[in-house]
Design a protein around this ligand. Structure first.
Ligand SMILES: C[S@@+](CC[C@H](N)C(=O)[O-])C[C@H]1O[C@@H](n2cnc3c(N)ncnc32)[C@H](O)[C@@H]1O
Length: 232
């Protein structure tokens, strides 16, 4: 082994021993069979988030318009784009660094996506046939934020507010009807203990055909609902 490679490996091992996620050390993470650049500006894509792609994919028609809110490195929107080459994709994030990274990943993968810096659904055009999102949903007092890999990830990508962490999700559900086409779908990832509460939020807002999807460990992870098209 070339001595510089040994030095680099030792530095990586030291960083990992300190708890830094492997994806930040290597600058890469696989998701949906695609290779994504990741930096400490974005959440490391999780295998469980493939559940969101699996749940949304059957709802995305060939020429649908799709919005991904809180795109991070673009893993969800680009996974969908890789499966539906004729659909139109928009990706947003509140963090400009995430948008820059999403654009780099899109270019490297040769996939087309329009990007916007935006807070939630504010200021976006539409209507969209499908809105997907993996918003921050950890309670800001959750002790796990101080443990393991989460210590290294951006707080803005994780924390969804106090009292259960559902503030960002609740706001998206409240506002989504203003951005959805008649019969359009909202598909959201959430915490494994939030499934019932998220389904109630969908129902209270007037969504229909509400369904939950289980993650790889058979825990509630994604809820989808259809907007009937009535007055929002
Ligand atoms: C849990 S991460 C999801 C990243 C990626 N979509 C994934 O599934 O791996 C949440 C993302 O939402 C973004 N975000 C947080 N608050 C937001 C808001 N109010 N509006 C738009 N994006 C937001 C964060 O910057 C972060 O990139």
């Amino acid at each position: 082994m070339d001595p510089s490679a040994g030095t680099r490996l030792a530095a990586w091992i030291h960083r990992r021993a300190e708890g830094e996620p492997v994806a930040y050390i290597l600058g890469r993470r696989g998701f949906w069979g695609l290779d994504f650049e990741v930096t400490p500006d974005v959440l490391v894509p999780r295998p469980d988030t493939e559940t969101l792609v699996e749940a949304a994919l059957p709802l995305v028609a060939d020429e649908a318009s799709v919005l991904d809110v809180g795109t991070g490195c673009g893993n969800v929107v680009l996974a969908l784009a890789s499966e539906r080459p004729r659909a139109q994709f928009t990706a947003t994030d509140i963090d400009p660094a995430c948008i820059a990274l999403c654009r780099r990943n899109a270019a490297r993968l040769g996939l087309a996506v329009t990007t916007r810096i935006a807070d939630g659904l504010d200021g976006l055009d539409g209507p969209f046939d499908v809105v997907v999102g993996n918003p921050p949903y950890v309670d800001d007092a959750d002790a796990r934020l101080g443990q393991g890999d989460l210590r290294f990830e951006p707080r803005r990508a994780l924390v969804g507010g106090p009292n259960g962490g559902l503030d960002v999700i609740a706001r998206l559900i409240r506002k989504a009807p203003d951005r959805l086409a008649t019969g359009g779908w909202l598909c959201l990832e959430h915490g494994d203990e939030q499934g019932d509460e998220v389904a109630s939020l969908f129902e209270d807002r007037g969504f229909v055909d509400i369904r939950g999807h289980m993650d790889l460990a058979n825990r509630p992870r994604v809820t989808v609902g259809r907007w009937h098209g009535g007055t929002s």
